[in-house]
Design a binder for this molecule. Sequence first.
Ligand code: MG
Ligand code: MG
Ligand code: MG
Length: 306
Amino acid sequence: MENIYVIGHKNPDTDSIVAAIAYANFKNKIESEDEYIPVRAGEINSETKYVLERFKIPVPELMTDTSGRKIILVDHNEMGQVVRGTEKARIFEIIDHHKIGDIQTSAPIMFHAEPIGSTATIIADFYFYHKVKLSKSMASILLAAILSDTVIFKSPTTTEKDKLIAEKLNKIAGLDVESFGMEVKKAKSSIKGRNANELIMSDFKDLEKNGYKYGIGQIEVVHYEEAVARKVEILKELSAVGASRGQRLIILMVTNIIEEATKLWFIGDAELINKAFKKKSENNELFLPGVMSRKKQVVPLIHGVI
Ligand code: MG
Ligand code: MG
Ligand code: MG
């Protein structure tokens, strides 16, 4: 009997926490040789807290160093997003829905990636395919993770498979999907009582291409006013965060999930931003109607001009 830890990315979102919980549970049900334990790579956000509390699922233990551990990565496959010590860990599996990154392993592994809306979709599909029983609470948190990552199916990353699996999950969960999705998203959308650093870092990714280091944070709001009122403070903090991380460009996406648009605020390389989006930024801002997804609508455009 060995402990194998299932872990999501740093600055965990609901998908990476739920994927770890649900995949560990799935593995424990289909095999008895080892013990699969979900862990988290950082503090959970207010949305994840709401989801786990509502369905009475315990918050996974924190693991900030995986050296010497046996691990499974969910919802990420890039070295920029792993916790410390991962180069000295033994990676057994990767389950993800992002582009293939730069992780290397010394032995063959199970690597399952699909270009779909959430890791939770993949894991729920495993349950259905292998006819493993899903409890009501497990089905509910998987549904919450799909709704979170796909922004209630509005993100362009959403596929038919995400919708189909969500429907199957809801046969067990028995929720009103649309209003449940709004409740989940609203748990994270308030920016009151959070300082600029917390806002930027709550869902932040360090990125790099050809040695060009940059970072993108994202917040989701149901209206712009509160954020706009704090733009000066947020830009100042963006500048400090970028400097401390040695990044030439630092971005905060303020995504309005009702309007389905993003105000992209940034510090640094305006020329690169203008080129990437073929639009002229003003006052450290670009308004991007229809843009909701960092990985599908922002990162590829930036990489295209680096
Ligand atoms: Mg994620
Ligand atoms: Mg995800
Ligand atoms: Mg996400």
